[in-house]
Design a protein around this ligand. Structure first.
Ligand code: 13P
Ligand code: SF4
Length: 304
């Protein structure tokens, strides 16, 4: 504990010396969350990264998030403390597979979840996050949409925008896809009055029966203002830690055993310190790809 406090202090000193800011996703380990200047969901983090004054952004999250920050803020040095913190879903679709979908559906616009590679974003018309996917799909000027890579998020959006036809890819998040209806049913039986709030990356049968389907920060807002004192929360464990810290009078019950994204949990406080101290790992995106991916990301910020 003493070492954690000392490390946190060294990080604060280095941040000032280097004119840096630490952005962290809601799923990060608690020690990293506590060291962050700004904690948020993918949309909040993208917006934040696009308008910063600091010279250096340390991004405690996974690679696609740091790449998004670099593309939206190309003049800044963006550091990802762990190069092995990826998102398996982001790597599920290849450029060839997306091009093949575009050939099959020539009139469709491509809406790509930000949990994707830079190359896939570069092939897309507009990006979205879990917080604005419904709004983006509703607002894009096309009746047909190719939606990649998350099939669960795509099905959720399709039900809320029935007037459009979505062509889905079969990608998924291994953390959310693993959550079972029986786990929710067992939690409901133990806490009968507790609302069930889930992330839209869960399977359709779980989203269909939930009380609320929200992005990670959407869930935070909901639990803060809802009158209930107990909530069943189907998402990654880091968010439940933030909920508990910020809402000490309320109880947050995971759906079954705690769900962990090992990629999000790779980053330690020591990694954050090393990133700031040794300038690692610097995120670079090939300029032409960054230009095309940046258009899709900026379109998203316009729509959602
Ligand atoms: P949010 O944008 O809702 O924070 O989700 C990001 C993510 O990776 C979910 O698995
Ligand atoms: Fe990717 Fe799922 Fe981890 Fe989010 S929780 S970063 S979608 S693997």
């Amino acid at each position: 504990m003493k070492e954690t406090g000392e490390l946190a202090l060294k990080i604060s000193e280095l941040k000032i010396k280097r004119n840096a800011i630490i952005l962290a996703h809601n799923y990060q380990a608690e020690e990293v969350q506590l060291a962050a200047d700004f904690l948020g969901d993918s949309l909040e983090l993208s917006r934040k990264a696009a308008g910063l004054d600091q010279d250096i952004i340390v991004f405690a999250g996974v690679k696609f998030m740091a790449e998004t920050a670099k593309i939206l803020s190309p003049a800044k040095k963006v550091l990802l403390p762990r190069l092995d913190a990826g998102c398996p879903m982001a790597d599920m679709i290849t450029v060839d597979e997306l091009r093949e979908m575009k050939t099959r559906h020539p009139r469709a616009m491509v809406v790509t979840y930000v949990n994707s590679s830079v190359e896939i974003k570069a092939e897309s018309d507009v990006c979205c996050t879990s917080a604005n996917a419904v709004q983006v799909v509703k607002n894009v000027p096309a009746a047909e949409i190719i939606f990649v890579p998350d099939e669960n998020l795509g099905s959720y959006v399709q039900k809320r925008v029935p007037e459009k036809k979505l062509h889905l890819f079969e990608g998924f998040c291994y953390v959310h896809h693993r959550i079972r209806a029986e786990e929710i049913a067992a939690a409901r039986a133990l806490f009968p009055g507790a609302p069930v709030i889930v992330h839209p990356e869960v399977r359709p049968e779980i989203a269909d029966n939930a009380d609320e389907v929200l992005s990670t920060s959407g869930m935070l807002l909901y639990v803060r203002s809802a009158p209930a004192l107990e909530f069943i929360v189907a998402t990654e464990q880091g968010l439940l830690q933030r909920m508990k810290r910020e809402n000490p009078g309320k109880e947050f019950i995971p759906a079954g055993r705690e769900k962990i994204c090992s990629n999000m949990k790779r980053t330690t406080l020591l990694d954050v310190f090393a990133a700031l101290d040794e300038d690692k790992y610097m995120i670079e995106v090939e300029p032409r790809t960054a230009g095309r991916a940046g258009r899709a990301l900026r379109e998203m910020l316009k729509y959602g």
